[in-house]
Design a protein around this ligand. Structure first.
Ligand SMILES: Cc1ncc(COP(=O)(O)O)c(C=O)c1O
Length: 404
């Protein structure tokens, strides 16, 4: 369908597609500024952001407290590498460890790096602590997973677009159906080092496992001396109305993988968080990153953790999430076949009779609402946690029109 892209926008899109590799298929909007939940394009048209950069903007665009932390740090010290200590990493790690109820933090940059780090930690723990035979360690993963785009990670993706033609793939991963605790129990053997799952699968379309699944995974891992690694990169840090999606079942995983919103929507910052007996297996020189734990990212991350420690954003996400869920339920049978909602995070399955997920996303764009489709018929809604109820109502009204 045609979406109104003005001349300047069209020129910029043409320049981008001429010189940027075609690894994305963006919607035709060229953003120039943003504040809070609103994005402004190059021609001054405003859009309500219901994607939040896949949850990296949980606190909205340009949150004043996060900007202030970044600005103050920019003028003081931005990078040391981990060859030297800096005065921000310790306070950041202390605050994040406390938020997670764990001992240690290993800072990285992107989400995929946190996942790769988690895999290395699980394998090293398997050999050095559990006593798995050399090179025999396996990790149980779920069908429909999305953990990033690096070569090891895409090797255990079952999405052909992410996976195909990027082999040979790293061995050592065992697949089970998502949400099936019995399948996890059956897949465990003496070589199993870890179970790696998203507590809610984001890219799969906000797929919420059956009630009690996370508790059973916790118990199964404990009984079998296997690490429970929770990839909370998209689900964590307030999105679901709790600090972590695992909190919905009162479950503490052995390892948290965090990213996205940890960087406050300003810079990439990810982390692996675990207790000393797990993360302590990594020795100097075995893992690292030039930018991981840099003082600028640490200052931003510290501010983000301080904001989450107040519980204000989690409470907001829970209350407004109920509002969002109720509004979306009203669309089922009216162009929507199913909705799944956890806090301010929703997967909305579009009835093929009214169009594809992409077509509805384009119609919403024309109406001033930003969302993104996933897996054909689903659109994902994940606004900044600072959104107001009236803005949700307005967005749902636009969705109702787009579906009609
Ligand atoms: C659950 C999960 N893990 C890992 C990643 C990878 O994060 P990044 O894109 O920062 O590498 C994503 C990204 O969407 C994700 O949703």
């Amino acid at each position: 369908m045609s979406t109104a892209v003005d001349d300047l926008g069209a020129q910029l899109i043409a320049a981008e597609s001429a010189h940027v590799a075609h690894n994305y298929h963006p919607l035709p909007i060229v953003a120039a500024r943003a504040e809070g939940v609103w994005v402004t394009d190059v021609e001054g048209k405003r859009y309500l952001d219901l994607l939040s950069a896949y949850s990296a903007l949980n606190f909205g665009h340009g949150h004043p407290a996060i900007l202030a932390a970044a600005r103050e740090q920019l003028d003081r010290l931005t990078l040391t590498s981990r060859a030297f200590h800096n005065d921000k990493l310790g306070p950041f790690a202390t605050a994040l460890a406390q938020l997670c109820g764990k001992d240690l933090v290993l800072p990285m940059n992107t989400g995929a790096e946190a996942v790769e780090t988690g895999i290395k930690v699980a394998r090293a723990w398997g050999y050095r602590s559990k006593g798995i035979a050399p090179d025999a360690a396996t990790i149980i993963v779920a069908n429909g997973n999305f953990h990033g785009r690096t070569t090891t990670i895409v090797g255990f993706s079952d999405d052909p677009v992410a996976h195909d033609d990027f082999g040979p793939y790293a061995p050592g991963f065992v697949h089970v159906p998502y949400g099936d605790a019995d399948a996890i129990a059956a897949a465990i053997d003496e070589n199993t080092a870890a179970v790696l799952i998203e507590p809610i699968q984001g890219e799969a379309g906000v797929v919420i496992p059956p009630e009690g699944f996370l508790r059973r995974v916790r118990d199964i891992c404990t009984e079998n001396d296997v690490l429970f690694i929770a990839d909370e990169i998209q689900s964590g840090l307030g999105r679901v109305g709790e600090t972590f999606a695992c909190d919905r079942e009162g479950v503490l995983p052995d390892v948290y993988l965090l990213g996205k919103a940890l960087g406050g929507g300003i810079l990439p910052l990810s982390a692996v968080v675990a207790d000393e007996d797990v993360l302590g297996v990594i020795r100097p020189g075995e893992h690292g990153s030039t930018f991981g734990g840099n003082p600028l990212a640490s200052a931003v991350g510290l501010r983000v953790v301080e904001m989450l420690a107040s519980g204000e954003f989690q409470t907001r996400a829970k209350a407004l999430g109920e509002h969002l869920a109720q509004a979306l339920q009203g669309l089922v049978g009216h162009g929507v076949t199913a909705v799944r909602v956890a806090g301010l995070w929703a997967g909305v399955d579009i009835d093929p009779a009214v169009g594809s997920g992409r077509e509805i996303a384009e119609k919403l764009l024309a109406r001033g609402v930003l969302v993104k489709d996933t897996h054909g018929q689903t659109i994902r809604i994940a606004p900044p946690l600072t959104i107001r109820a009236t803005e949700i109502d307005w967005a749902i009204e636009q969705l109702r029109h787009a579906l009609s």
